[in-house]
Design a protein around this ligand. Structure first.
Ligand SMILES: [Fe+2]
Length: 137
């Protein structure tokens, strides 16, 4: 897909400024996804937001307003996130530095009495009840 779209490379400050210019009404799943696909971040502009730790991956806030938070998530090679979801929030990712493997899961069975569920790995994307785990390659 990236081969079919014009990608503009921006410093992270300009990238965030462009995203923050969207109104609440414009800030939809599709519009944000289109923005992320069409606007790449210049990796060297992320230097001051990149902190790596041998113990665990780190999350570093770049920008926050009423609509979204933008952060770097820094994994050392081989580190990974736990399987998680974002409840009623959305998440878009890009990897300006390095490579990531994303594994999505869907809920196969839910036991509300015990607060547990059975999840199964899936290749599906954009499902509201997906869980995911990420691994730095
Ligand atoms: Fe996440």
């Amino acid at each position: 897909m990236a081969g079919n779209v014009a990608i503009e490379q921006l410093a992270i400050a300009d990238w965030v400024k462009g995203l923050a210019a969207m109104s609440t009404r414009e800030f939809t799943l599709q519009n944000v996804q289109d923005y992320v696909i069409r606007h790449a971040v210049l990796p060297e502009t992320l230097d001051k937001y990149c902190y790596f730790s041998k113990g665990n991956y780190t999350r570093n806030l770049i920008f926050k307003n009423d609509l979204f938070e933008c952060m770097t998530v820094c994994w050392e090679i081989g580190q990974h996130s736990r399987i998680h979801n974002h409840r009623d929030q959305n998440c878009w990712m890009s990897a300006p530095i390095g490579r990531l493997r994303v594994q999505n899961y869907h809920v196969d069975r839910r036991d509300t009495a015990h607060g547990t569920c059975k999840i199964i790995p899936t290749a599906r994307r954009q499902h509201p009840h997906l869980f995911k785990a990420l691994r730095q390659l």
